[in-house]
Design a protein around this ligand. Structure first.
Ligand code: ARG
Length: 244
């Protein structure tokens, strides 16, 4: 009797452990964190920003423990494809080319590209004026594509967005092409105080979270979570936190 009781108890304990760990599914998220206010690191080295808050909230809503790691921007899609991460949360624009190899969540933010130059620059007033200029951008981004199409004298693609912007600050590059909300944020930082944006937003771009094409259930769950957060006011709260 006693033996049976102990066995039953052990069984219950094993089952409890199993269900607990099953409830603690992990969502492995990759990001390139030099893209404030969407993703950057604070003094404690934690990943912070709109995307980071949103993906954590979505993960929580869908029942996941969210773990975030730093991956170079041009390495994010390959990492999703090879299942090294489950999701790329990195201010990533939904494009036709990318949609061929990954599945994006429903759009969660509307942005667009903008040209940034030094304040003392007199001859670049818009994208059209980049002909013959030295342009900086971040590798693998829509900004890089736009830079290469601008007819510049040179295009240099940097691993991080911070490096690309730095080239404008210190005069190595005439202009950087970067996402408009990131430019706006940068202009308010000490590093950006001698910079300005010129011209209009080039065209609207929608951000999405990228998933492996085979992860059909996860994509469904995450879209459902996003819709819930949009409905219950949580999305608006995060938006106000980072963009007001
Ligand atoms: N939206 C642009 C793109 O998708 C730039 C994204 C850069 N993101 C980053 N975390 N560095 O190409």
């Amino acid at each position: 009797m006693k033996k049976l009781f102990v066995l039953a108890l052990l069984g219950i304990m094993a089952f409890a452990t199993f269900t607990c760990s099953a409830a603690q599914k992990v969502l492995r998220v990759g990001t390139e964190p030099t893209f404030a206010p969407f993703e950057f690191t604070n003094e404690q080295g934690e990943f912070v920003g709109f995307d980071m808050d949103l993906i954590r909230a979505m993960g929580k809503e869908a029942g996941y423990k969210v773990e975030i790691q730093n991956i170079g921007f041009d390495g994010l899609i390959p990492a999703v494809q090879s299942n090294i991460i489950d999701c790329a949360a990195s201010g990533m624009t939904i494009t036709e080319a990318r949609s061929k190899v990954v599945t994006f969540s429903n759009p969660y933010y509307t942005a667009g590209l903008l040209v940034m130059v030094r304040k003392d620059n007199k001859d670049i007033k818009s994208y059209a004026d980049l002909k013959g200029k030295n342009i900086a951008c971040q590798i693998g981004t829509t900004g890089e594509n736009k830079s290469r199409a601008a007819g510049g004298k040179s295009v240099t693609a940097y691993n991080t967005n911070v490096e690309a912007c730095m080239e404008v600050v210190n005069g190595t590059a005439d202009a950087v092409i970067n996402d408009a909300p990131v430019v706006a944020f940068y202009l308010k930082t000490p590093a950006g105080k001698n910079c300005k944006s010129v011209g209009d937003i080039l065209e609207a771009e929608e951000y999405g979270f990228a998933f492996n094409k085979n992860n059909v259930q996860l994509i469904k769950d995450m879209n459902k979570a996003l819709a819930t957060l949009k409905k219950n006011g949580e999305y608006d709260k995060l938006y106000a936190k980072w963009f007001n």
